[in-house]
Write a protein that binds this ligand. Structure first.
Ligand SMILES: [Zn+2]
Length: 330
């Protein structure tokens, strides 16, 4: 989905710059002008409409080839959906003829655009998040979805499917579209802060490739899954804080610190156990000497990990790549 921003010049008729405080629904419209393009719609609201002193506009126009133009920022009103202007983002969609049926390209872009907006504003397309102009005023708009209520119901389902990253059906055509990446927010990042010790790795799930601003974290691997990027980093060098970025926007801060361990040296006889308190997972370098008992308990800050002395000898304990303790079994 490609959106071109061509904001209308602020003016009282088509871009009054009234603050849109709370988006409660996405309002779907048809242009009502067969053959008009997304650019025609933009130019009309930016020119003729202002000269004729008509109060009308929309946030987005979707064209016959599926092109999308944004005319008004989402933080401002458009004059498109009458009494719903104060809480809706409006979309005008082009159509080739008087039936008002959208082209496949238009319908696909419309679904992807509404899915991404629903995601952004936490709206449920199946429960009022996606509406027709008709639902507000009984105006026959968008004509094809008013004439065919079953197609409108399928449209809402398609938006919901697209939102969830599932393949969806173009409602006016019955053809399937594999959506996948369509509704993924590129700036999505599952982690906003991260603290590791050297030698530990962490995998991010993001909407677009993520990079670290320094070599404190080294990228180890990147794969794609269902439109998301899975990127593994390993902590390499101590840092008090470094940014992770997606397309130049900082989405996470990472810290690499020395691990803490409450015990430098331990000595036990065969069969005895010892519990470490650490701030990262601790591992025995030789499980034939020290064998971990069960899984570590943890609270907000620390791990509590028990090891049993199972063989005579000496072995190190590690947090990541740092040896934090040494243990002898006698
Ligand atoms: Zn309308």
């Amino acid at each position: 989905m490609n959106i071109q921003q061509e904001f209308l010049t602020p003016n009282q008729y088509t871009r009054p710059q009234i603050r849109l405080r709370h988006v409660k629904a996405i309002a779907t419209h048809y242009a009502g002008d067969p053959g008009a393009t997304a650019q025609n719609i933009h130019d009309y609201f930016n020119g003729t409409c202002v000269r004729q002193k008509r109060y009308a506009s929309c946030h987005y126009s979707v064209g016959l080839q599926g092109e999308i133009i944004q005319l008004i920022p989402e933080s401002e009103w458009s004059y498109c959906t009458n009494q719903a202007n104060g809480y809706t983002i409006s979309i005008e969609t082009c159509h080739p003829d008087a039936t008002g049926k959208f082209t496949q390209a238009s319908e696909k872009s419309l679904i992807e655009l509404e899915a991404s907006l629903c995601k952004k504003y936490g709206l449920n397309p199946l429960n009022g998040g996606v509406i027709r102009h008709y639902d507000v005023t009984r105006k026959c708009c968008p004509k094809y979805y008013v004439d065919h209520p079953d197609v409108w119901n399928k449209f809402k389902q398609a938006v919901a499917d697209c939102m969830a990253g599932r393949p969806y059906i173009l409602p006016s055509y019955g053809t399937g579209v594999s959506s996948m990446a369509a509704a993924v927010n590129p700036y999505y990042c599952d982690t906003s802060s991260l603290t590791l010790c050297p030698g530990l790795t962490y995998q991010f799930k993001t909407g677009a490739p993520i990079t670290c601003a320094s070599d404190s974290f080294k990228q180890a691997r990147q794969t794609k899954n269902g439109g998301y990027y899975l990127t593994k980093f390993s902590a390499e060098k101590i840092t008090a804080g470094v940014g992770f970025y997606i397309n130049g926007k900082r989405v996470c801060i990472g810290v690499v610190k020395q691990p803490y361990c409450d015990t430098e040296k331990v000595q036990k006889a065969l069969g005895q156990t010892y519990q470490f308190k650490t701030d990262f997972p601790i591992m025995s370098a030789n499980s034939a000497i020290w064998q971990q008992e069960g899984t570590a308990k943890r609270d907000d800050k620390f791990y509590y990990t028990k090891f049993k002395a199972v063989g005579k000898g000496t072995a190190g304990f590690y947090c990541g790549s740092t040896r934090v303790s040494i243990g002898t079994v006698i």
